[in-house]
Design a protein around this ligand. Structure first.
Ligand code: CA
Ligand code: CA
Length: 179
């Protein structure tokens, strides 16, 4: 699928035939959407679509040449999805969901939130780069130092922070050092 998004609030997706998809918003690139909260509502029974992008410089901010995008949704038990990607990790609660995606190519991505049986369905959407502890859009030594300083802490311990626990297994260890 190829995707083109404009400033008009629509995306044009080229599957077999071009389709015009209504977007809730274009969330911009990582430096813009990191740390922001987007409020929406799924009460009309339709999926909500968002476009977002990654620049080469954002992909290459880690030595590995890829970044992990965390998508957090409060207010739904349905996992968020990104067209063409399979989450490498995901969790759902009674009214929240989280999915982690590996992004290794710059470009535009289409994020979809599905309605669930919960009603009414206001939600808060948060996107972040896993390992970007200080929310500046880049994963670098500053972030690694923060995780290193917290190694061994578990949920409930003073100093434990979900931002440091990249895979959200309630424990901060070497696996959570992304940079
Ligand atoms: Ca950072
Ligand atoms: Ca962890």
């Amino acid at each position: 699928m190829n995707l083109i998004a404009g400033d008009t609030g629509e995306a044009i997706a080229y599957f077999d035939n071009p389709q015009v998809l209504p977007l809730e918003a274009d969330l911009g690139t990582a430096s813009k959407f990191t740390g922001t909260v987007t409020n929406g509502n799924l009460s009309d029974g339709n999926s909500d679509l968002y476009s977002l992008g990654f620049r080469d410089s954002e992909i290459n901010s880690t030595a590995k040449g890829w970044v992990l995008l965390g998508v957090d949704v409060n207010g739904t038990d349905q996992l968020p999805s990104i067209e063409g990607l399979i989450p490498i990790s995901s969790q759902t609660g009674s009214d929240s969901s989280f999915a982690l995606f590996l992004i290794d190519q710059a470009g535009l991505y289409l994020l979809s939130l599905q309605p669930s049986s919960l009603s009414p369905q206001p939600y808060q959407l948060r996107l972040g780069i896993a390992g970007d502890v200080n929310n500046d859009g880049a994963v670098d030594a500053l972030d690694s130092q923060a995780v290193t300083a917290a190694l061994g802490l578990a949920e409930g311990d003073a100093g434990y922070d979900l931002a440091l626990d990249v895979n959200r297994n309630r424990l901060i260890n070497e696996v959570d050092i992304v940079g």
